[in-house]
Every structure is written in C-alpha cells, then in structure tokens.
Design a protein around this ligand. Sequence first.
Ligand code: M6R
Length: 605
Amino acid sequence: MCGIVGIVGNSPVVPRMMESLKRLEYRGYDSAGVATLSGGNLDRRRAQGKLDALSEKLSLEPLDGTSGIGHTRWATHGQPTEPNAHPHMTEQVAIVHNGIIENFKALKAELIADGIAFESETDTEVVARLLTRELETGAYPSQAFQTVLARLEGAFALCVLIKGEENLMFGAREGSPLVVGLGNGENYLGSDAMALAGLSNHLIYLEEGDWVELSRTAVQIFDRNNQPVERQVSISQVATTMIDKGNHRHFMQKEIYEQPTVVAQALGRYLDPNAGTICLPDMPFDLADVPKVTLVACGTSFYAAQVARYWIEKIARVPVDVDIASEFRYRDPVYTDGGLAIFISQSGETMDTLAALRHAKVAGQHIASIVNVTGSTMARESDLVLPIYAGPEVGVASTKAFTCSLSVLASFSVELAHAKGTITAADVAEYVTELEHAPALMAKILSKDHEIEAIAQDIADARDILFVGRGIYFPIAMEGALKLKEISYIHAEGYAAGELKHGPIALIDENVPVIGIAPDGGLSDKTVSNLQEIMARKGKVILLSDNKGSIAEDMHAHFEMPSAGDLITPILYALPVQMLSYFAAVEKGTDVDMPRNLAKSVTVE
Ligand code: M6R
C-alpha cells in the first residue's frame, strides 16, 4: 500500500526520491507526490495516476531542495485524485502517511470548529492541520509533534517536514512499518527496505510507538513514552540495483518462469539430500511436543495455509486450524496450551496477519512466521522464522511466493511428522527425494506454456469461470480463481468439486468454462464424476491432469501434467492455474502487474 520516502540530505533530493518511489511502485498506488524544503519554504508536486504523471509535472515545474518527502498513495479516505494525494501541506508543515487515522472525524470536527478549513477528504490532512495549530502556539517542533502523536488513534507511519527546518525531519510508527536509513552526512526514512535500497543498507526498524527525529548527522529515537531508546542497526540484503523484468513483458511473467530456480533455492535451504533429512533452524520449542498447529494468512498465503493443513494432518497427524487473518482474532479462537501458530505472509507486513500474530502471542502460543521479507515486522516478532527465499516479488499477483511457501510448508510438515514419530527416517528420505524433483518438473510444465496460452485465449471472453478440485487440490482451485479474477477481472470461483451440485451447478451452461484439477489417483475418480455432471449440462470442461481417462472425448481441452508424488503435486498444479490467469489477462489487455484497486502489501485492516 502507501509507500514513504524521506531524505534529510546534502544534495538535491527529488531525483533520488523519484527513484525510491519507483522501487515502491510494486506496493500498488493510484497517486503520488513529493515535497521539499528550499530556502526554508515548503513546496510540493502531486499527480493522480502513475509516477510518469508526477515526473511530467516535475519536469514542467521542478522542485529544488536537499530535504524532502515522497509518497505513493493507495486510496483509503477519499478518491485517488490530486487534492487527496500526499504530501498534505500547510504553510508550516508537509506530511506523508501510510495507514489510517481512526479518530480523524472527531479531530477534523474539532479543527473545523476552531475555524480551520480543509482541502482534501483524507484522514492525513488532519495530522497536518493539528501539527500546524500546535506550532502556531509557539511549541518547539519536537514538542508539537509529540502532542499531535498523543492525539492520534489508528495505524500509521508518518514522515514530516517543517518550514524553516531544513536539517530536521520527524517520523513515527504506530501499526504501519517505518524504517530509518543511516547515511553519510544524510539520513533517511522509508516504508520498507526497498524504499531505501538505493540510499542506505544500514537500517533501523522502528518499533511500535516509536518516533524519530532526524538531522543530516543524527538520529534520535524515542519510545511511546517519549523516552530516548536505542534500536538495533541491521544490514539490508535488498539489492541496490533496480529490480527489472529482464526479457519478460511483465514481472508476473518473470516470476512465474523463475519458479523452478527459486523453489530449488528455497528447498536447498531446508533439505539435505545427501543425508536425506530436513534441516529447520534451531527451535525455541520442541516440535514433538506441539499439540496443535494454527495457520493464519490472507489471500494467496491463506491458500498455501489450506494446502499445508492437508499435509500436516495427513503426514504428522497433528490437528490444524486454518484461518483467514482478518477473521481470526474476532472469532475469539480457542487456543491449545503449547500450540504452534504459524503466520504465512510474502511481505511479512500484512496488517491483518500481523494483528493475528500478536493475538496468538498474547495468548502464549509459540509463534512462527513463513515470510519472504526477512526484515519484516512479522519476522521480527516471531519465535521462529522460516524464510521462503523467493527473492523480491513485484507483481501484485503472488506466484513464486506461493510455490516457495508451499515448498517450505511441505518440508516443515515432513519434519513435524518425523518429530512426532508418525514417519520414519527412511520415509523422510523418500520425501526429500520427492521434493528435490519438484523444480525439474516445474520446468517441464512451464515449457508447455504455449498450450496453456491457447486455452487461456479461448476462454478469455468468458464472464464466469469455475475452478474445481477435491482434497488438497481444492485450495489450488481457489488460488486459481483468485489469480484469474485479480488480474483478468473475469469473475471466477474455486469450489470443492463435490459441492457443485449443492448450488453452483445452477450456473453451468455452454458459456461457463470449468477448470478441473484432478491428478490421477486419490480422489480423481470422484472429481472426474463431478466434471461429467458439468459436461452433461454443456459446461466446457478443461482438465488439468496426468490422466485424461474416460472423459477425454467430451472434454473441451486437456492440459497434460507430469505424474509426481503426492507431496509435491499441489505445488506443480499451481503453475498451470497461474499461467492460465496470466495469459487470459494478457489477452484481455489488463495491467497485469498492477491490477486495479489492488496493493501488493496490505497494511490497513
Ligand atoms: O504479503 P502477504 O502474503 O501477507 O499478502 C497476502 C495477500 O494480500 C496476497 O497473497 C494477495 O492475495 C495477492 N495479491 C494474491 O495474488
């Protein structure tokens, strides 16, 4: 969601802020802006739409200044128009903000009653007006900032410039991440390590309630009680070069095709093929004692959790709860003493997942996170971190993070089963061998992309598409439907194949393609019977399977998958559903990497 960058610098800041905002594009946004201090005065440029529009404004009306703040906005309060774009400014202050000020209505009413006028519909402008009012009482900037922070409720990361104070910047973190970057004669603020990648690799992750005062040569951090605190400096691993698409047309395409490589990398961290063992990091608890596992996540990560439930219950025989993070804490979950709660998140910053993590932590559960961004808040607040090693994922539609998360979850499930004694060391070695085969099989599937492309082109005009599967393939069906709707805007749903006749089959006619996910064996005969029911109602069945079996004649299309062991098959079937969505979106001409209304990192509830 919203991205923030701030520089208290000693050379022109606008080009560098624009570079940083470019790095933040992946988070999703619909307007952008920058403000600088020059000759002691604040000025800003803002534009609706993408960064190109802001660049154009800046080339027509350049901004000078060696201190500045920049922002990419994902609209929450007020439409994505220029007046609602950040920075929000008065003559005295300029502010950028990520998050939501929950009590903004009450604060706004108070300011309006005080005769103060507003220019935007945003919650952020309230902070700018409050701070201005405090400064006008003659308060020192730091005192004024503290007073304002004490009035704010909700989740926010703030970055503030003050008129006449070119060697000063404030930042605050409450609920939304904010990172300090340490420089040489300069200091920086950013919403994540990516924002600061071209500026500094010495980072300080602020903790909840922290606020910070930066000058070119000093950084002073205070906790929520306004007491000075020291926070650890970490060295960022984020590449300083701009992540590019290489020869690919879209980041999503690049990330789909990278999967054999990154899955191999991820598995390389968790498997010891010579010993035939799984190597997890040191644990602050004993896996053998875990009585129950709770898996919590959002979106694609939630579907990874759903797949993992089948693995953990089947192989390790440990009971598993799986929850959508936004629902989790509100259902007042019943925890089991000594339980392990695992939070899956590519970004490690998803607000609902983070709130769920904190809920489980307060309840005394062991906390593990499976994340791609190892410096993320979730990673820092977990007892155990299992990184997925997918590398930066830029496309809003998650692809390689899904298969890497599944690879880590599969390895974890096997190790849990071994610790629990439900499988032997020889079984572990067999699973390790099976996992090792996954990357080559993935490459084989990707090499048949032209077949999936033809199927996607054939169905891209459909209004509704269903994905069906049974057992462990039901979450893959839901993931396929999510992927398709988010980037192609075709309405799609994923169903347990056996559930169709309890309602959804009423939708079926000759215009509704149904993607059947049915690897041979297991429940495939039952899925195929359900597909037959669909074909009997003229539904266009497209089968993803290593066995086209008895329905070959009547199917609309078949994509032949390689045969593989049960453990890795769900990972493999993620690929054709990703490709199907990608090619359908390309056929429809949508903005594949930045689909409308979506953000990569969802940092509001
Ligand atoms: O960063 P996270 O894994 O926590 O993100 C969760 C979801 O927002 C994310 O998976 C989302 O559903 C993707 N856009 C799906 O492609």
